[in-house]
Design a protein around this ligand. Structure first.
Ligand SMILES: [Cu+2]
Length: 337
């Protein structure tokens, strides 16, 4: 290899290593498990990494050994004994791989699969419904009127049965710190357990390519102490906060009378659209458009003026509202706590 070639190769390897490192950062890691299911998955992953590491470094060692001894005949220690060398090939080429693969198969298919299987409904404390849409998550709490989007609240240290469905294409619900992926398939009701061993925010992501904004279809699971969760749910189930000023009343009127109402629901008003997320308590969310932007006035305004700029292909068109109407709608949406 020439000097330039070698430098090039080093740069490529360094870059790949950095990319791997960066991929391991962030708050969505399979390797920081917060439930028994994800701990089992992480443990299996470490065992597989260990086994693959032994094979990789073993092979590397033998290659190096072969290279340093390339002018000598026979093997180190074993010499040219045919029987012994055949034995080595059988042991490391057949016996060890067969045993390792069977062991991994058994652990992966019996222990981890059963630990991450759909929970027996009776063993869970509550059920929530998560519905995949291109490109957001609708979240319902059966038995209540609560509906929200992209930010799933659950009580911590509680077994939650999640029923996953979709209204359009196949999606996959995945919160790596809490459990495995579960596909959302048209016409099916797949189930997965969500359990968080302590309060916290656990990021999730659609894990099945579902169209141009697949990468912007994220969600967060907020595991809260049970009393805080109950307070949240009570608020979420209530209709919208009635406008408390002429400006907010105007905002509601503009919303209800414009195209917004044909796609969005605000419970307590005549807006009953079902294409986009329920906005009844929009202001309680921390993010907009499936975690694409923060839920702050500037971003919210930017989203309404030009959603296609923020999320090209999103199923919401830009809507032209007059300056005063626009400000009134912004005020109104920000009052929906
Ligand atoms: Cu997707």
């Amino acid at each position: 290899m020439t000097g330039a070639g070698r430098r090039h190769a080093v740069a490529v390897i360094l870059f790949a290593a950095l990319a791997l490192l960066a991929a391991g950062c962030g708050d969505q890691s399979t390797l920081s498990p917060h439930s028994k299911a994800s701990r089992d998955i992480a443990t299996l992953w470490w065992w597989m990494l260990g086994a693959a590491g032994v094979v990789f470094f073993g092979a590397l060692f033998l290659l190096l050994l072969g290279w340093t001894r390339r002018r000598k005949r026979g093997l180190p220690v074993f010499g040219e004994d045919e029987g012994l060398t055949t034995g080595l090939v059988v042991t490391f080429g057949i016996a060890v791989p067969v045993v390792t693969l069977i062991a991994l198969f058994v652990v992966a298919n019996f222990s981890v699969v059963s630990a991450t299987q759909a929970p027996k409904t009776a063993s869970t404390a509550m059920t929530i419904q998560v519905i995949g849409h291109q490109w957001f998550w609708e979240v319902r709490y059966p038995g209540t009127t609560a509906v929200t989007a992209n930010e799933i609240h659950i009580p911590a240290r509680t077994r939650v049965n999640v029923v996953a469905t979709t209204t359009d294409v196949i999606h996959s619900l995945w919160v790596p710190e809490l459990n495995r992926k579960i596909d959302m398939i048209p016409g099916h009701r797949n189930r997965v357990l969500l359990y968080a061993d302590r309060p916290g925010v656990y990021r999730g992501q659609c894990a099945e390519f579902c169209g141009p904004q697949h990468a912007h279809m994220s969600m967060k699971v907020f595991a809260q102490p049970p009393d805080r969760f109950r307070a949240w749910l009570r608020n979420m189930a209530a209709p919208r906060r009635a406008p408390s000023s002429p400006e907010l009343t105007r905002g509601e009127q503009v919303f209800v009378a414009s195209a917004c109402a044909s796609c969005h629901t605000i419970r307590g008003t005549s807006a009953h659209g079902e294409v986009g997320p329920d906005l009844t308590h929009l202001a309680t969310r921390t993010t907009l458009a499936a975690l694409t932007i923060p839920n702050r006035r500037g971003y919210l305004g930017g989203w309404i003026l030009d959603p296609q700029h923020i999320k090209p292909g999103a199923k919401m068109p830009a809507i032209a509202l007059g300056g005063a109407d626009f400000q009134a709608v912004l005020d109104y949406l920000q009052s929906l706590r």
